[in-house]
Design a protein around this ligand. Structure first.
Ligand SMILES: [Zn+2]
Length: 323
């Protein structure tokens, strides 16, 4: 009798033990499901949402992330970054972004307030400001004012691209190796571009190797690739040019017997047309050498729609125009 009771008691314990195991197993399955759904959400949200201000900055970012992130560029072809103000749609994109890249050095002058406010909420990176200060060209007497058109010297733009990759590697660690590989490949392409520009510009006869443009975007290009530059406006398009600027430039062109002047893709034609007309009035024929891409890329899908393509197109236009 006692044996039978003990046996029944033992079976009850065994049944309870099995039930516990079953509960544990179901529990484990439940946790497992939750974990996998969590991972899915994480994978989804880990696709970075990036906003870049100019097409040139956006191109640097795209060369690092390739297809691993969503990159929105605020300023398309033909847009002047010196005058650009953020639209309502831009503000929405900026507020949803995980990281924002911009040129800095006051290029996006009219967006300064918006970017300053966003700095308190998220990661915002001025990639041109990663370039060592001693390599920048100072403007006027102001201690902290530098020419922002750093991308015109490929060796300087490499610092900006490296900064892009460094930031992306630090905030998206799972893709860090991928970004590093893309950076290495792109830096090689930039080295080739740098050498190509130097070789091509050197082919232009040294008299007169002068590049005349509407606004002063070529100081870095001039220093790196040994070509003299002169422009109608200063480093920003914000300040309007006057009659005196036109007269001074016309006198310079006539005195140096310069044969071609160049337009810029985002600046109205009338500025450089006024110079051509002024030369004509002084019996000096100067032709329009073509259109240069300075602060904005060309249309998407065209060779000028990328940074490398844009600089190559400029070199061809300059060498054809001045030869
Ligand atoms: Zn500019």
């Amino acid at each position: 009798m006692l044996n039978l009771r003990l046996e029944t008691f033992g079976m009850k314990i065994l049944a309870a033990f099995r039930l516990c195991l079953l509960c544990l197993f179901i529990g484990y399955l439940g946790i497992g499901c939750k974990q996998s759904s969590k991972e899915k959400v994480f994978t989804h949200s880990s696709s970075l949402r990036i906003v870049a201000t100019t097409g040139i900055v956006g191109d640097a970012v795209k060369n690092i992330v390739l297809n691993k992130a969503e990159v929105n560029v605020l300023m398309g072809p033909g847009v002047d970054p010196h005058l650009y103000k953020a639209s309502q749609k831009d503000l929405e994109l900026l507020s949803k972004a995980d990281v924002i890249f911009y040129n800095g050095l006051h290029l996006e002058g009219k967006m300064a307030e918006v970017l300053e406010k966003l700095k308190k909420q998220k990661k915002i990176v001025a990639i041109a400001e990663a370039i060592p200060v001693n390599k920048l060209i100072k403007v006027g007497e102001n201690e902290n004012l530098y020419d922002p058109h750093v991308w015109m010297d490929v060796s300087l733009w490499k610092y900006a691209v490296i900064e892009c990759a460094r930031v992306l590697q630090s905030i998206d660690t799972s893709n860090a190796a991928f970004y590093k590989q893309n950076l290495d490949n792109y830096l090689q392409a930039l080295d080739s571009l740098d050498a190509y520009i130097e070789t091509e510009i050197a082919k232009i006869p040294s008299i007169p190797r002068v590049l005349i443009t509407a606004h002063d975007a070529f100081s870095y290009f001039s220093r790196r690739y040994h070509i003299e530059v002169k422009s109608l406006q200063g480093i920003s398009t914000v300040a309007e040019f006057g009659l005196r600027d036109i007269t001074n430039l016309v006198d310079f062109i006539v005195a140096r017997k310069i044969k071609a002047v160049f337009m810029e893709s985002f600046i109205p034609e009338r500025s450089i047309r006024a110079v051509i007309e002024g030369c004509k009035a002084k019996n000096h024929e100067v032709k329009l050498g073509g259109v240069l891409f300075t602060d904005a890329l060309g249309a998407e899908g065209t060779p000028e729609g990328t940074y490398i393509g844009m600089l190559k197109a400029n070199v061809k236009t300059i060498t054809d125009g001045l030869r």
